[in-house]
Design a binder for this molecule. Structure first.
Ligand SMILES: Cc1cc2nc3c(=O)[nH]c(=O)nc-3n(C[C@H](O)[C@H](O)[C@H](O)COP(=O)(O)O)c2cc1C
Length: 218
């Protein structure tokens, strides 16, 4: 599950290193291992949070700024169609419903969205980049690396939230982490100890039954 509220409890560097070692057992085409990870804690984490929250607020005040903030690859489709749009809406409204955010409440929506840019208060923020020379297949490899990392985190009592929300702010993030021009931002991730008392962490998402996405051919 994706956690969206974390305790301030720090995560030892040795644990993070161990999780990354486990994650790197992910398979990748011809063992290319295309992942590159930036671990943000303390001042570097906090400074990025401040910069991106300020940009997010400014964007709300002046939507014409959106042209400046482009994702480096299309994570989502340009044109949403059923059934994906329906699942997306159900997901969003279920989460907002749990948090008591109603349709017209733009301030609360903005505030909840902005929690992404505080890593949901997790003490560890991760940024993942990919060398732009690599092909689309590397994103398949990357997904397995990320999933390994998330499962390994659970094995150590930790939770995560993978975050594409950061992607639009790559032009702030990449210089902040000192990434080279050849890197593109794949996504961010919050890592830490989930707060069990926050109701947002009681949000459990449904899945389609196997029969709805599987064809048996004999
Ligand atoms: C690559 C990726 C990016 C995501 N980006 C965000 C995000 O920016 N913010 C967020 O709250 N959740 C994000 N999610 C979490 C999804 O909303 C979540 O995985 C989905 O709703 C299923 O819920 P579950 O992870 O709790 O099972 C992301 C998930 C993935 C795999």
């Amino acid at each position: 599950m994706s956690a969206r509220a974390f305790l301030p409890k720090p995560v030892p560097r040795a644990t993070i290193e161990h999780l990354l070692t486990l994650a790197s057992r992910a398979p990748s085409g011809t063992n290319t291992q295309p992942w590159k990870v930036y671990v943000l804690q303390g001042a570097s984490r906090n400074a990025l949070v401040d910069k991106v929250c300020a940009a997010h607020d400014a964007l709300r005040a002046d939507p014409s700024l959106a042209a400046q903030y482009r994702e480096e690859y299309d994570y989502y489709p340009e044109q949403w169609v059923s059934p994906y749009i329906d699942r997306r809406r159900e997901n969003g409204w279920s989460l907002y419903g749990l948090l008591g955010i109603t349709k017209g409440d733009k301030d609360k929506m903005h505030a909840q969205h902005q929690r992404n840019f505080r890593f949901f208060d997790a003490p560890v923020g991760l940024m993942f980049t990919l060398d732009k020379v690599m092909g689309r297949g590397s994103l398949v490899d990357y997904g397995m690396f990320l999933e390994n990392l998330m499962i390994a985190a659970r094995g150590h009592g930790l939770h995560t939230c993978p975050q594409a929300a950061w992607n639009g702010f790559a032009k702030i993030i990449l210089p902040h982490i000192d990434a080279s021009d050849s890197e593109m931002l794949v996504c961010g991730m919050a890592l830490g100890f989930a707060d069990p008392d926050e109701k947002v962490n009681g949000f459990h998402t449904p899945r389609e039954p196997v029969a709805s996405f599987t064809q048996w051919l004999e």
